[in-house]
Design a protein around this ligand. Structure first.
Ligand code: URP
Ligand code: ZN
Ligand code: ZN
Length: 459
């Protein structure tokens, strides 16, 4: 019987705080030793010479198999989790949605069933869509089940809650130390602008962005922050796209208000120019909030560097082009969302350092901070003795040009077609199992486990 199940040798370990050379011993799915002379006594020895050895990515914002706009996002937990693993992500926190007429417990049960197919570990936020007294009562009950964050949509018919409901959710969350995540846009402004645009015959995908201006995200972010301040509840503003929202978050954080921010690679690397793609190609980028003027890019990168933005997730919510055609005559009917789960880690390792992020910072925002904020640390989000052996071997020398044909997401396009990457994951381990190697999923089916999350940190 070997001392270790797996040894990873000769690699450069990168955590949120350190970069150093050491070997890693793994036993029963956990990291059990990190040292410079670990030997070879293992069933499997992996040589990671000239490679980075990083904690598996944690994508805290995904929509797998989610009903939206009369259809479902096209990646389910099987296809989405395999694509994630190949791209260096070993855990997701997906949004389970309270069904119409149902309870939060129903949402959790439905999403647990969907996730039985998962190949990596997963947790859930619950999106509260019908905030009656029972839903509020269920918040502490769901926390007992390991759901310690809840989501509020300020937009989308059928999912949004009004400010009164939002306030009640914040009050209850403050009481039980839950975290509220919020999608910030002004519903009424969007409704009005959409009606005007459609009446003027402006139906193409590019008008999606016109109907949802940056100021309407900034206004909603400011309102959400004020409600959080009044209730003393911690708040996570998700998928920030622009200076209008992030500058309000920065101001609030400077005053000590407990508000945190997430952004996504699409808001750092794509822009409203993408909506000009011909032949309804702009529909690929119909997501909410929409892509913005590229002048926001440098600002957002800087806010990541300065710690105003704590996490970079994907908002992975893919739809086939055929599904996007539901809005061929009306941009407001295009299902909102785009893929991204597979490319997040290599995009951030390529473009982060070009925009002043250290390698540790990239690890921090893609893995460690999500683990801390969402109550999974130090089980996940780091490489340390006692942590789950969720580890990615990343080859910084591997040059890759992204094309749809190399991706494993269940969708017929990638938003990042033609992007040049400097480095790519070559192996992914989840709890010590090698589950992806050189662009293929090699793990068992249905091996993902539910992560019962604790109360997270406010940072
Ligand atoms: O367009 C998007 N983002 N679709 C997914 C749902 C959401 O708003 O996060
Ligand atoms: Zn959203
Ligand atoms: Zn989302």
């Amino acid at each position: 019987m070997s001392k270790y199940d797996v040894i990873i040798k000769n690699g450069t370990i990168i955590t949120a705080s350190d970069i150093y050379q050491a070997d890693i011993g793994i036993k029963d799915g956990k990291v059990v030793e990190i040292s410079t002379a670990i030997g070879d006594d293992a069933a499997k020895v992996i040589d990671a010479k000239n490679k980075y050895v990083i904690p598996g990515g944690i994508d805290a914002h995904t929509h797998l198999d989610m009903p939206f706009g009369g259809t479902f996002s096209s990646d389910d937990f099987q296809t989405g989790s395999k694509a994630a693993a190949i791209g260096g992500t070993t855990a997701v926190i997906d949004f389970s949605v309270q069904p119409g007429g149902g309870t939060l417990a129903d949402a959790l049960r439905i999403w647990k069933e969907k996730a039985e197919k998962a190949c990596i570990d997963y947790g859930f936020h619950i999106a509260i869509t019908n905030c009656d007294d029972n839903a509020i009562k269920e918040i502490p009950e769901m926390m007992e089940e390991g759901v310690t964050s809840f989501k509020v949509y300020m937009v989308y018919d059928g999912m949004r809650v009004d400010d009164e409901a939002f306030m009640k959710i914040l009050e209850k969350s403050a009481e039980c130390h839950a975290l509220v995540g919020v999608h910030c846009e002004n519903y009424y402004v969007i409704k009005h602008l959409t009606e005007e645009l459609l009446a003027a015959g402006k139906v193409e995908p590019k008008y999606h962005a016109v109907s949802r201006p940056a100021k309407c995200e900034g206004e909603a972010a400011n309102r959400a922050i004020k409600l959080a301040e009044m209730t003393n509840a911690p708040l996570m503003i998700v998928h920030n796209t622009c200076e209008e929202s992030i500058s309000r978050i920065k101001e609030a954080r400077d005053k000590g208000i407990k508000v945190m921010a997430e952004t996504c690679p699409q808001y750092l690397l794509l822009s409203e120019d993408n909506y000009e793609e011909p032949d309804f190609g702009g529909s690929k980028y119909v997501m909410s909030p929409p892509l913005r003027d590229k002048k926001n890019w440098d600002y957002i990168w800087k806010q990541i560097k300065d710690g105003v933005i704590s996490t970079v997730a994907t908002d992975h919510c893919p739809f086939f082009l055929e599904q996007k055609r539901l809005g061929i005559d009306n941009f407001a009917k295009i299902p909102n969302g785009a893929p991204g789960i597979e490319a997040r880690i290599p995009l951030m390792f390529t473009y982060g350092p070009k925009h002043g992020l250290s390698l540790q910072k990239v690890v921090e925002v893609t893995s460690t901070n999500p683990a801390k904020i969402y109550g999974m640390y130090p089980q996940k989000g780091t490489i340390a003795v006692g942590s789950d052996a969720d580890i990615v071997i990343f080859d910084p020398e591997k040059k890759v040009t992204i094309t749809k044909s190399m991706m494993h997401e269940n969708v017929d396009y990638t938003s990042y077609e033609g992007f040049e990457l400097e480095g790519y994951p070559v192996m992914t381990l989840s709890r010590g199992d090698i589950i992806a190697e050189n662009g293929e999923y090699v793990g068992e089916e249905k091996r993902g486990k539910y992560i019962k999350r604790g109360i997270g940190e406010i940072m």
